[in-house]
Write a protein that binds this ligand. Sequence first.
Ligand SMILES: Cc1cc2nc3c(=O)[nH]c(=O)nc-3n(C[C@H](O)[C@H](O)[C@H](O)COP(=O)(O)OP(=O)(O)OC[C@H]3O[C@@H](n4cnc5c(N)ncnc54)[C@H](O)[C@@H]3O)c2cc1C
Ligand code: FES
Length: 354
Amino acid sequence: MESPAAARSHPLEIIDVIEETPDAVSLVFAHPTEGRLDHTPGQFLTLRVPGTPEDGTRWAPRCYSLSSTPGIDDHLKVTVKRTAGGYASNWLCDNAKQGMILESLAPGGRFTVRDAPDRLVLAAAGSGITPVMSILRDALAASTTPVTLVYANRDRSSIIFAAALAELQESHGDRFTVTHWLESERGLPTAAGLARLMPAPTAATSAYLCGPAGFMDAATEAAALAGIDGARVHREAFASLTGDPFAVDTGAAAAPTGGASSDGAATVVVDLNGATTIVAWPREQVLLDTLLDRGLDAPYVCREGNCGGCAFTLRRGEVHMLVNDTLDDHELRNGVRLACQSLPRADELEVEFD
Ligand SMILES: Cc1cc2nc3c(=O)[nH]c(=O)nc-3n(C[C@H](O)[C@H](O)[C@H](O)COP(=O)(O)OP(=O)(O)OC[C@H]3O[C@@H](n4cnc5c(N)ncnc54)[C@H](O)[C@@H]3O)c2cc1C
Ligand code: FES
Protein backbone atom coordinates (compact mmCIF):
# COMPACT_ATOMS: atom_id res chain seq x y z
CA MET A 1 0.00 0.00 0.00
CA GLU A 2 1.26 3.50 -0.79
CA SER A 3 2.46 5.17 2.43
CA PRO A 4 0.88 8.48 3.41
CA ALA A 5 4.32 10.06 3.08
CA ALA A 6 4.55 8.84 -0.51
CA ALA A 7 1.02 10.11 -1.13
CA ARG A 8 2.13 13.58 0.05
CA SER A 9 5.20 13.76 -2.14
CA HIS A 10 5.57 14.21 -5.88
CA PRO A 11 8.35 13.04 -8.21
CA LEU A 12 9.73 16.10 -10.02
CA GLU A 13 11.97 15.74 -13.06
CA ILE A 14 14.76 18.25 -13.51
CA ILE A 15 14.52 19.52 -17.07
CA ASP A 16 17.24 22.17 -16.84
CA VAL A 17 20.08 23.25 -14.57
CA ILE A 18 21.10 26.91 -14.90
CA GLU A 19 24.36 28.18 -13.44
CA GLU A 20 23.31 31.54 -12.01
CA THR A 21 26.59 32.51 -10.28
CA PRO A 22 29.76 30.58 -9.34
CA ASP A 23 27.96 29.31 -6.22
CA ALA A 24 24.27 29.18 -7.14
CA VAL A 25 22.25 27.07 -9.56
CA SER A 26 18.62 27.10 -10.60
CA LEU A 27 16.87 23.76 -11.01
CA VAL A 28 13.94 23.82 -13.41
CA PHE A 29 11.34 21.10 -12.84
CA ALA A 30 8.52 19.87 -15.06
CA HIS A 31 5.18 19.74 -13.27
CA PRO A 32 4.33 16.16 -12.24
CA THR A 33 2.45 14.13 -14.83
CA GLU A 34 -0.44 13.54 -12.39
CA GLY A 35 -1.20 17.28 -12.24
CA ARG A 36 0.32 20.76 -11.89
CA LEU A 37 1.68 21.89 -8.54
CA ASP A 38 0.16 25.34 -8.28
CA HIS A 39 1.90 27.88 -6.11
CA THR A 40 1.59 31.46 -5.00
CA PRO A 41 4.60 33.79 -5.50
CA GLY A 42 6.83 33.53 -2.40
CA GLN A 43 6.12 29.87 -1.60
CA PHE A 44 8.69 27.07 -1.42
CA LEU A 45 9.15 23.40 -2.30
CA THR A 46 10.47 20.84 0.17
CA LEU A 47 12.91 18.57 -1.65
CA ARG A 48 14.17 15.17 -0.57
CA VAL A 49 17.86 15.67 -1.33
CA PRO A 50 19.52 12.27 -1.89
CA GLY A 51 22.20 11.02 0.49
CA THR A 52 25.62 9.78 -0.48
CA PRO A 53 25.82 6.20 0.89
CA GLU A 54 29.57 5.93 0.15
CA ASP A 55 30.37 8.55 2.77
CA GLY A 56 27.49 7.58 5.04
CA THR A 57 25.37 10.67 4.35
CA ARG A 58 21.65 10.15 4.83
CA TRP A 59 19.18 11.92 2.55
CA ALA A 60 18.04 15.36 3.79
CA PRO A 61 14.74 17.25 3.52
CA ARG A 62 15.33 20.89 2.58
CA CYS A 63 13.06 23.81 1.65
CA TYR A 64 13.85 25.88 -1.44
CA SER A 65 11.79 28.90 -2.43
CA LEU A 66 10.32 28.94 -5.90
CA SER A 67 11.92 31.66 -7.99
CA SER A 68 9.48 30.94 -10.83
CA THR A 69 6.32 33.01 -11.14
CA PRO A 70 2.94 31.38 -11.76
CA GLY A 71 1.23 32.71 -14.87
CA ILE A 72 4.59 33.70 -16.38
CA ASP A 73 6.76 30.57 -16.17
CA ASP A 74 5.61 27.22 -17.54
CA HIS A 75 7.78 25.27 -15.12
CA LEU A 76 8.74 25.24 -11.47
CA LYS A 77 12.16 26.69 -10.63
CA VAL A 78 14.14 26.78 -7.39
CA THR A 79 17.50 28.48 -6.95
CA VAL A 80 20.02 26.94 -4.58
CA LYS A 81 23.08 28.73 -3.23
CA ARG A 82 25.97 26.82 -1.66
CA THR A 83 26.10 27.05 2.14
CA ALA A 84 29.66 26.72 3.42
CA GLY A 85 29.97 23.30 5.08
CA GLY A 86 26.33 22.48 4.27
CA TYR A 87 25.24 19.12 2.87
CA ALA A 88 22.18 19.51 0.67
CA SER A 89 22.97 22.80 -1.04
CA ASN A 90 26.40 21.55 -2.11
CA TRP A 91 25.01 18.17 -3.16
CA LEU A 92 22.47 19.89 -5.41
CA CYS A 93 25.01 22.33 -6.86
CA ASP A 94 27.43 19.46 -7.59
CA ASN A 95 25.09 16.66 -8.67
CA ALA A 96 21.74 17.93 -9.94
CA LYS A 97 21.40 17.25 -13.63
CA GLN A 98 18.82 17.12 -16.36
CA GLY A 99 16.67 13.96 -16.19
CA MET A 100 17.18 13.47 -12.44
CA ILE A 101 14.03 12.90 -10.38
CA LEU A 102 13.72 14.47 -6.94
CA GLU A 103 10.85 13.89 -4.54
CA SER A 104 9.12 17.08 -3.40
CA LEU A 105 6.28 18.05 -1.13
CA ALA A 106 3.65 20.38 -2.57
CA PRO A 107 4.43 24.12 -2.45
CA GLY A 108 3.89 25.66 0.98
CA GLY A 109 4.57 28.72 3.07
CA ARG A 110 2.99 32.07 3.87
CA PHE A 111 5.60 34.51 2.55
CA THR A 112 3.06 35.69 0.02
CA VAL A 113 1.48 39.05 -0.70
CA ARG A 114 -1.85 39.01 1.10
CA ASP A 115 -2.36 42.53 2.44
CA ALA A 116 -3.19 44.42 -0.78
CA PRO A 117 -0.26 46.85 -0.77
CA ASP A 118 -0.28 50.04 -2.84
CA ARG A 119 3.54 50.13 -2.66
CA LEU A 120 5.98 47.22 -2.27
CA VAL A 121 9.37 47.37 -0.61
CA LEU A 122 11.47 44.25 -1.15
CA ALA A 123 14.78 43.62 0.59
CA ALA A 124 16.86 40.51 -0.04
CA ALA A 125 20.36 39.23 0.54
CA GLY A 126 22.09 36.38 -1.30
CA SER A 127 19.74 33.46 -1.99
CA GLY A 128 16.98 35.44 -0.25
CA ILE A 129 16.26 36.86 -3.70
CA THR A 130 14.48 33.64 -4.77
CA PRO A 131 10.99 34.17 -3.26
CA VAL A 132 11.41 37.92 -3.73
CA MET A 133 12.02 37.44 -7.46
CA SER A 134 8.78 35.50 -7.78
CA ILE A 135 6.87 38.21 -5.88
CA LEU A 136 8.55 40.98 -7.87
CA ARG A 137 7.79 39.55 -11.31
CA ASP A 138 4.20 38.86 -10.30
CA ALA A 139 3.73 42.40 -8.97
CA LEU A 140 5.13 43.94 -12.15
CA ALA A 141 3.06 41.71 -14.43
CA ALA A 142 -0.23 41.62 -12.55
CA SER A 143 -0.52 45.02 -10.83
CA THR A 144 0.45 48.67 -11.18
CA THR A 145 2.06 48.76 -7.73
CA PRO A 146 5.37 50.67 -7.49
CA VAL A 147 8.16 48.35 -6.30
CA THR A 148 11.51 49.16 -4.67
CA LEU A 149 14.07 46.37 -4.32
CA VAL A 150 17.24 46.54 -2.24
CA TYR A 151 19.44 43.51 -2.89
CA ALA A 152 22.60 42.82 -0.87
CA ASN A 153 25.46 40.59 -2.00
CA ARG A 154 29.11 40.00 -1.26
CA ASP A 155 30.26 41.35 -4.64
CA ARG A 156 29.06 41.82 -8.20
CA SER A 157 29.80 38.22 -9.24
CA SER A 158 27.48 36.85 -6.54
CA ILE A 159 24.35 38.72 -7.70
CA ILE A 160 21.77 36.07 -8.61
CA PHE A 161 19.43 37.10 -11.49
CA ALA A 162 21.57 40.18 -12.26
CA ALA A 163 20.57 40.23 -15.94
CA ALA A 164 16.87 39.58 -15.28
CA LEU A 165 16.77 42.39 -12.69
CA ALA A 166 18.44 44.79 -15.10
CA GLU A 167 15.86 43.89 -17.76
CA LEU A 168 12.98 44.48 -15.35
CA GLN A 169 14.45 47.84 -14.38
CA GLU A 170 14.66 48.69 -18.08
CA SER A 171 11.12 47.55 -18.93
CA HIS A 172 9.40 48.90 -15.78
CA GLY A 173 11.64 51.88 -14.96
CA ASP A 174 8.58 54.06 -14.27
CA ARG A 175 7.67 52.06 -11.15
CA PHE A 176 10.50 49.67 -10.35
CA THR A 177 13.89 50.52 -8.90
CA VAL A 178 16.58 48.08 -7.82
CA THR A 179 19.61 49.09 -5.76
CA HIS A 180 22.43 46.61 -5.32
CA TRP A 181 24.21 46.79 -1.97
CA LEU A 182 27.64 45.24 -2.49
CA GLU A 183 29.61 44.41 0.64
CA SER A 184 32.81 44.68 -1.38
CA GLU A 185 32.02 48.39 -1.86
CA ARG A 186 29.86 49.43 1.13
CA GLY A 187 30.61 46.86 3.85
CA LEU A 188 27.86 44.89 5.59
CA PRO A 189 24.33 46.32 5.20
CA THR A 190 23.31 48.60 8.05
CA ALA A 191 19.80 49.51 9.17
CA ALA A 192 20.39 53.21 8.54
CA GLY A 193 21.92 52.55 5.12
CA LEU A 194 19.09 50.24 4.03
CA ALA A 195 16.46 52.67 5.35
CA ARG A 196 17.88 55.45 3.13
CA LEU A 197 17.17 53.23 0.10
CA MET A 198 13.53 52.67 1.03
CA PRO A 199 10.85 55.10 -0.21
CA ALA A 200 8.63 57.23 2.03
CA PRO A 201 5.79 54.81 2.81
CA THR A 202 2.08 55.18 2.25
CA ALA A 203 -0.31 53.69 4.84
CA ALA A 204 -0.58 50.56 2.68
CA THR A 205 3.11 50.02 1.95
CA SER A 206 4.18 46.43 2.59
CA ALA A 207 7.72 45.13 2.98
CA TYR A 208 8.95 41.62 2.23
CA LEU A 209 12.36 40.71 3.64
CA CYS A 210 14.41 37.57 2.99
CA GLY A 211 18.02 36.77 3.76
CA PRO A 212 20.41 35.52 6.48
CA ALA A 213 19.71 36.36 10.14
CA GLY A 214 22.00 39.41 10.40
CA PHE A 215 20.55 40.94 7.26
CA MET A 216 16.99 40.31 8.44
CA ASP A 217 17.67 42.16 11.69
CA ALA A 218 19.12 45.12 9.79
CA ALA A 219 16.33 45.12 7.20
CA THR A 220 13.59 44.90 9.84
CA GLU A 221 15.10 47.85 11.69
CA ALA A 222 15.46 49.69 8.38
CA ALA A 223 11.76 49.21 7.58
CA ALA A 224 10.89 50.67 10.99
CA LEU A 225 13.28 53.61 10.48
CA ALA A 226 11.72 54.23 7.06
CA GLY A 227 8.30 54.44 8.74
CA ILE A 228 6.73 51.23 7.37
CA ASP A 229 3.96 49.88 9.60
CA GLY A 230 5.44 46.88 11.48
CA ALA A 231 2.27 44.87 10.85
CA ARG A 232 3.00 45.11 7.12
CA VAL A 233 6.59 43.87 7.35
CA HIS A 234 6.83 40.20 6.34
CA ARG A 235 9.90 38.03 6.77
CA GLU A 236 11.03 34.67 5.39
CA ALA A 237 13.71 32.94 7.43
CA PHE A 238 15.93 30.34 5.73
CA ALA A 239 16.90 27.38 7.91
CA SER A 240 17.52 23.69 7.44
CA LEU A 241 14.81 21.29 8.59
CA THR A 242 15.72 19.01 11.44
CA GLY A 243 12.57 16.85 11.32
CA ASP A 244 11.47 14.61 8.49
CA PRO A 245 8.34 15.84 6.74
CA PHE A 246 8.46 12.95 4.26
CA ALA A 247 8.41 10.08 6.72
CA VAL A 248 5.60 10.93 9.08
CA ASP A 249 2.83 8.37 9.12
CA THR A 250 -0.78 9.42 9.28
CA GLY A 251 -3.73 7.64 10.75
CA ALA A 252 -1.54 5.19 12.72
CA ALA A 253 -3.28 5.98 15.97
CA ALA A 254 -6.63 6.58 14.38
CA ALA A 255 -9.29 7.53 16.85
CA PRO A 256 -12.93 8.02 16.10
CA THR A 257 -13.85 11.35 14.55
CA GLY A 258 -17.04 13.26 14.98
CA GLY A 259 -19.35 13.85 17.87
CA ALA A 260 -18.62 15.05 21.33
CA SER A 261 -15.25 15.35 23.01
CA SER A 262 -14.18 12.69 25.50
CA ASP A 263 -11.90 12.48 28.54
CA GLY A 264 -11.76 16.25 28.96
CA ALA A 265 -10.68 16.83 25.36
CA ALA A 266 -11.77 19.99 23.60
CA THR A 267 -14.06 19.81 20.58
CA VAL A 268 -12.91 21.41 17.35
CA VAL A 269 -14.86 21.93 14.16
CA VAL A 270 -12.34 21.63 11.32
CA ASP A 271 -12.88 23.06 7.87
CA LEU A 272 -10.27 21.34 5.69
CA ASN A 273 -10.13 20.62 1.96
CA GLY A 274 -13.78 21.56 1.53
CA ALA A 275 -15.06 19.19 4.24
CA THR A 276 -16.17 19.95 7.79
CA THR A 277 -15.31 17.45 10.52
CA ILE A 278 -15.84 17.53 14.27
CA VAL A 279 -12.85 16.20 16.18
CA ALA A 280 -12.07 15.56 19.86
CA TRP A 281 -8.84 17.47 20.55
CA PRO A 282 -6.80 16.22 23.54
CA ARG A 283 -5.64 19.14 25.70
CA GLU A 284 -1.94 18.27 25.49
CA GLN A 285 -1.75 17.31 21.80
CA VAL A 286 -1.00 19.82 19.08
CA LEU A 287 -3.74 20.24 16.51
CA LEU A 288 -1.68 18.85 13.62
CA ASP A 289 -1.05 15.53 15.40
CA THR A 290 -4.70 15.32 16.41
CA LEU A 291 -5.80 15.72 12.79
CA LEU A 292 -3.19 13.36 11.35
CA ASP A 293 -3.99 10.72 13.99
CA ARG A 294 -7.55 10.83 12.77
CA GLY A 295 -6.52 10.36 9.16
CA LEU A 296 -7.24 13.93 8.10
CA ASP A 297 -4.95 15.28 5.38
CA ALA A 298 -3.78 18.45 7.18
CA PRO A 299 -0.92 20.39 5.54
CA TYR A 300 2.53 20.66 7.16
CA VAL A 301 6.24 20.75 6.37
CA CYS A 302 8.67 21.43 9.22
CA ARG A 303 6.54 20.65 12.31
CA GLU A 304 8.88 23.01 14.16
CA GLY A 305 6.93 26.26 13.99
CA ASN A 306 9.15 27.94 11.42
CA CYS A 307 7.75 27.37 7.92
CA GLY A 308 4.07 28.33 8.14
CA GLY A 309 3.11 25.26 6.12
CA CYS A 310 0.47 24.20 8.68
CA ALA A 311 -1.20 27.60 9.15
CA PHE A 312 -4.93 27.79 9.79
CA THR A 313 -7.37 30.50 10.81
CA LEU A 314 -8.92 30.28 14.26
CA ARG A 315 -12.61 31.15 13.89
CA ARG A 316 -13.70 30.44 17.47
CA GLY A 317 -12.03 29.64 20.78
CA GLU A 318 -8.44 30.10 21.89
CA VAL A 319 -5.19 28.21 21.40
CA HIS A 320 -1.73 28.39 22.94
CA MET A 321 1.17 28.21 20.49
CA LEU A 322 4.32 26.54 21.82
CA VAL A 323 6.59 28.09 19.17
CA ASN A 324 6.00 30.69 16.50
CA ASP A 325 8.99 31.60 14.37
CA THR A 326 7.04 32.56 11.28
CA LEU A 327 3.69 34.32 11.80
CA ASP A 328 3.83 38.10 12.10
CA ASP A 329 1.65 40.43 14.17
CA HIS A 330 -0.68 41.11 11.26
CA GLU A 331 -1.36 37.40 10.78
CA LEU A 332 -1.78 36.79 14.51
CA ARG A 333 -4.27 39.63 14.73
CA ASN A 334 -6.23 38.02 11.90
CA GLY A 335 -6.46 34.72 13.76
CA VAL A 336 -3.76 32.82 11.86
CA ARG A 337 -2.15 30.08 13.96
CA LEU A 338 0.20 27.11 13.45
CA ALA A 339 -1.40 23.67 13.70
CA CYS A 340 1.92 22.00 14.55
CA GLN A 341 2.28 24.23 17.63
CA SER A 342 -1.30 24.84 18.83
CA LEU A 343 -2.80 23.39 22.01
CA PRO A 344 -6.49 24.04 22.78
CA ARG A 345 -7.26 26.65 25.43
CA ALA A 346 -11.07 26.54 25.13
CA ASP A 347 -13.67 23.78 25.25
CA GLU A 348 -15.07 24.48 21.81
CA LEU A 349 -13.11 25.73 18.84
CA GLU A 350 -13.55 26.22 15.15
CA VAL A 351 -10.66 26.29 12.67
CA GLU A 352 -10.36 26.73 8.93
CA PHE A 353 -7.42 25.74 6.72
CA ASP A 354 -6.84 27.82 3.55
C1 LIG B 1 11.22 28.41 3.70
C2 LIG B 1 12.67 28.23 3.27
C3 LIG B 1 13.05 28.60 2.00
C4 LIG B 1 14.37 28.46 1.60
N1 LIG B 1 14.72 28.83 0.36
C5 LIG B 1 16.01 28.73 -0.05
C6 LIG B 1 16.40 29.12 -1.36
O1 LIG B 1 15.57 29.59 -2.17
N2 LIG B 1 17.69 28.99 -1.72
C7 LIG B 1 18.62 28.49 -0.86
O2 LIG B 1 19.79 28.36 -1.27
N3 LIG B 1 18.29 28.10 0.39
C8 LIG B 1 17.00 28.19 0.81
N4 LIG B 1 16.65 27.78 2.07
C9 LIG B 1 17.67 27.19 2.95
C10 LIG B 1 17.81 25.69 2.65
O3 LIG B 1 16.63 25.01 3.03
C11 LIG B 1 18.97 25.05 3.44
O4 LIG B 1 18.83 25.40 4.79
C12 LIG B 1 20.32 25.49 2.89
O5 LIG B 1 20.46 25.11 1.54
C13 LIG B 1 21.46 24.87 3.71
O6 LIG B 1 21.28 23.48 3.70
P1 LIG B 1 22.54 22.51 3.67
O7 LIG B 1 22.04 21.11 3.81
O8 LIG B 1 23.46 22.82 2.55
O9 LIG B 1 23.30 22.94 4.99
P2 LIG B 1 23.30 22.14 6.38
O10 LIG B 1 23.97 20.83 6.21
O11 LIG B 1 21.94 22.14 6.93
O12 LIG B 1 24.23 23.08 7.21
C14 LIG B 1 23.86 24.43 7.47
C15 LIG B 1 24.99 25.09 8.25
O13 LIG B 1 25.15 24.43 9.50
C16 LIG B 1 26.47 23.94 9.63
N5 LIG B 1 26.40 22.62 10.26
C17 LIG B 1 25.87 21.49 9.72
N6 LIG B 1 25.95 20.48 10.60
C18 LIG B 1 26.53 20.98 11.72
C19 LIG B 1 26.89 20.46 12.98
N7 LIG B 1 26.66 19.18 13.28
N8 LIG B 1 27.46 21.28 13.88
C20 LIG B 1 27.70 22.57 13.61
N9 LIG B 1 27.39 23.15 12.42
C21 LIG B 1 26.81 22.35 11.50
C22 LIG B 1 27.03 23.87 8.24
O14 LIG B 1 28.43 24.06 8.22
C23 LIG B 1 26.33 25.01 7.55
O15 LIG B 1 27.00 26.22 7.76
C24 LIG B 1 15.33 27.92 2.49
C25 LIG B 1 14.92 27.52 3.78
C26 LIG B 1 13.61 27.68 4.16
C27 LIG B 1 13.18 27.24 5.54
S1 FES C 1 4.62 22.70 9.74
FE1 FES C 1 6.09 24.32 9.65
S2 FES C 1 5.27 25.78 11.02
FE2 FES C 1 3.98 24.06 11.28
